[in-house]
Design a protein around this ligand. Structure first.
Ligand SMILES: Nc1ncnc2c1ncn2[C@@H]1O[C@H](COP(=O)(O)OP(=O)(O)O)[C@@H](O)[C@H]1O
Ligand SMILES: N[C@@H](CCC(=O)OP(=O)(O)O)C(=O)O
Length: 344
């Protein structure tokens, strides 16, 4: 039996001090706790903290985009060096994996990543992942490492996605920990404020957004903190942090991919009749299309939005944007087959 995959993400606020410097005692403890999970899980550790760790090396750091990239270039080295030293104490070798968003657009390319991780896991090595900030452009970035961790969890069909937070979990309006969220509906999002740590990108709003996606794809999510001893094992057992239940899903691995990991390169606005047809699991026909937004080729992934602009589905387009625009007749032209459409 292959071991289940566990994706574990640590944000800047959890592993650095307020100055940005790496919090070594916390990292030693993470290494101890994660090393103990290796026999049970194939672990992917997603770690932020590079910008914080590297920024003091830059003269007159003001947090501009180019300076953040430069800080990440310095800081990733420091971060991995510290992880490498601390994991070595527990006999674990680590590997570095820097990911870019476009690697996730093409499923074949993404599966190469999985191949590599499997080779690492076979030798007991833990991959440590961060966004490749040095080259990531503003348009093509992951929104943050919560998204990167989620896309890895969905792509690998992980059993559990664990998002570490500096505040111990999801808190209610009285700052009390919410222990169990059976389903992430709007009322749950209502407790989230928009504050986040100064060096990180995410915060709780981002964690919940991606937790919702992962749960919809059948993955159990835990948002937890490191305040208690052995909190990672505790969170896995459901005793620490906020537990978010996975939703039942019948989507195939490929369609889960379509709905989450792929990059939608364009959008198509569809009318109310087409929305109703999609909900009946019909194919999308050209007659229901109101507007084509962006440029896409046949075979690429597009988002289907309703008249109000809300995304209702993602689909693999059979026709390019240009071919769709130039249709002489829109009767009986299939734009996306039902099997290639995933409702959101
Ligand atoms: N309802 C909430 N429960 C917990 N944290 C919340 C809530 N609303 C907003 N937050 C904020 O979200 C942030 C949690 O993200 P944090 O773990 O610090 O960042 P990251 O891991 O992305 O660096 C904190 O700044 C916290 O104050
Ligand atoms: N890639 C950046 C962190 C980006 C990020 O998502 O930060 P966070 O919100 O703290 O998880 C870094 O290593 O500093």
């Amino acid at each position: 039996m292959p071991r289940p995959v566990l994706v574990l993400k640590f944000g800047t606020a959890s592993i650095t001090q307020s100055t940005g410097e790496l919090n070594e005692p916390v990292l030693v403890d993470i290494a101890r706790q994660v090393a103990a999970l290796r026999d049970q899980y194939n672990v992917v550790l997603v770690s932020s903290g590079a910008v914080g760790a590297g920024k003091s090396a830059l003269r007159d750091y003001r947090g501009e985009i180019s300076q953040r990239k430069a800080a990440a270039a310095v800081g990733n080295l420091l971060l991995l060096n510290v992880y490498s030293r601390f994991f070595a104490v527990y006999g674990v070798t680590i590997a570095q994996s820097l990911c870019e968003r476009h690697h996730f657009a093409n499923r074949d390319q993404f599966l190469q990543l999985k191949d590599t991780y499997e080779a690492l896991w076979e030798s007991g090595i833990i991959p440590i992942v961060n966004e490749n900030d040095v080259v990531s452009s503003r348009e093509l970035k992951f929104s943050d490492n919560d998204e990167l961790a989620t896309l890895l969890a969905v792509g690998f069909g992980a059993e559990v996605l664990m998002l570490c937070t500096s505040v111990g979990g999801l808190l209610d309006a009285n700052n009390q920990l919410i222990r169990h969220v059976p389903s992430l509906d709007e009322s749950v999002f209502g407790v989230v404020r928009t504050d986040k740590s100064s060096l990180g990108l995410g915060g709780m709003a981002s964690k919940l957004t991606f937790a919702k996606l992962a749960a919809r794809m059948g993955i159990r999510v835990v948002i937890f903190g490191l305040a208690e001893p052995n909190s990672i094992a505790g969170a896995l057992k459901g005793e620490v942090g906020t537990q978010i239940d996975p939703q039942p899903t019948t989507l195939s691995a490929r369609n889960r991919w379509l709905a989450s990991g792929s990059l939608a390169v364009g959008q198509v606005r569809v009318d109310a009749g087409a929305v109703a047809a999609l909900q009946r699991r019909s194919s999308l026909l050209a007659v229901g299309i109101r507007e084509i937004l962006g440029d896409f080729s046949a075979g690429e992934v597009i988002e289907l939005i309703d008249e109000a602009g809300t995304a209702v589905a993602v689909a693999q387009a059979r026709l390019s944007a240009a071919a769709l625009t130039n249709l002489s007749s829109r009767q009986n032209v299939e734009v996306a087959h039902a099997n290639d459409i995933v409702l959101l």
